[in-house]
Design a protein around this ligand. Structure first.
Ligand SMILES: [Zn+2]
Length: 297
């Protein structure tokens, strides 16, 4: 296994260094249950998590869930799985954060509880709570099997967000909660049987007002292959999942401050007029040609 240092390091007191004592206090403090529902098998539901609340996804037996997260007030700001993999890890646990897309780039949530925290790395190199893969979907299913199926996680999430005015284009790469995955020696993605048992939970703190959506994967606990040799309908290993939203006592939030986006003040280089005055005297270069065109129009 490679021992090369991580590219992105959490320096003490830096933006990736989470105040664990604060989040432990929030998670352990008194809370009031404000929302609770059970998501049936092979279905999706969206729900709101107000800023400063906790949200808990509770296992009702081995079953994986595909989670999407948006800013409640701006769906263009949504969970960015790839950047979260870089900033934290490809499998997340307590005190990791789930970051939002550009140009926002701020933590949407901080993970405050994970009863599978001790799963670690199994003998195949598998880890739990997967950010490597994405949702199952009917297009890939059609590609691989020539069959149509309308209850993949992608479709479950599409139906879930429709009441909020969102559509298929808003559904994005997921966090696969309770899902064990890894890369084999050929660098190929694998999935293993879900280790979650009834009562296991994954909990996060909402840093801003959120819209969340969860799909109970039609693959259930993933113990039966959905494609290739041995594939069959795994409906007998599908189980519902429970979702709870909890409001912490306000005193628990003392010392917490809402996240802000990085104060990058540039325009990604799209300022040709300013640039032209700075580059005068370089005739013939493509730079000036571009700048003059920008200035003249
Ligand atoms: Zn799925």
């Amino acid at each position: 296994m490679a021992q090369t240092d991580a590219a992105y390091q959490a320096m003490p007191g830096g933006p990736l260094d989470v105040d664990k004592e604060l989040y432990r206090r929030i998670a352990d403090g008194p809370t009031e249950l404000t929302t609770e529902f059970v998501l049936p098998i092979r279905s999706g539901q969206a729900w709101e998590v107000p800023q400063g609340s906790l949200c808990r996804i509770v296992s009702m037996g081995p079953q994986v869930g595909d989670l999407n997260i948006w800013n409640r007030h701006n769906p263009r700001e949504r969970m960015w799985a790839a950047k979260t993999r870089q900033l934290h890890a490809a499998h997340v646990t307590t005190y990791d954060r789930l970051w939002s897309t550009l140009p926002y780039l701020r933590p949407l949530v901080t993970i405050t509880g994970d009863s599978l925290h001790d799963y670690g790395v199994d003998s195949d190199g598998g880890r739990v709570h997967d950010l490597l893969g994405t949702r199952c979907d009917p297009y890939t299913n059609r590609l691989l099997t020539d069959l149509d199926f309308d209850f993949h996680c992608h479709s479950n999430l599409v139906r879930a967000v429709a009441p909020y005015g969102l559509d298929e284009r808003d559904v994005h790469d997921v966090l696969n909660v309770f899902q064990v995955t890894g890369l084999n020696d050929s660098d190929q993605y694998f999935m293993k049987t879900c280790p979650a048992q009834e009562g296991d939970y994954f909990e996060f703190f909402a840093e801003i007002d959120l819209l969340c959506a969860l799909s109970t994967c039609p693959g259930g606990d993933l113990s039966i292959p959905m494609w290739g040799p041995g594939a069959r309908d795994p409906i007998d290993v599908c189980r519902p999942m429970r979702v709870q939203v909890l409001k912490p006592d306000p005193s628990s939030l003392e010392g917490w401050t809402p996240p802000v986006s990085p104060a990058y003040g540039g325009l990604n280089g799209m300022r040709p007029t300013t640039w032209a005055t700075e580059t005068t005297g370089s005739p013939g270069s493509g730079v000036v040609e571009y700048a003059e065109r920008g200035q003249g129009e």
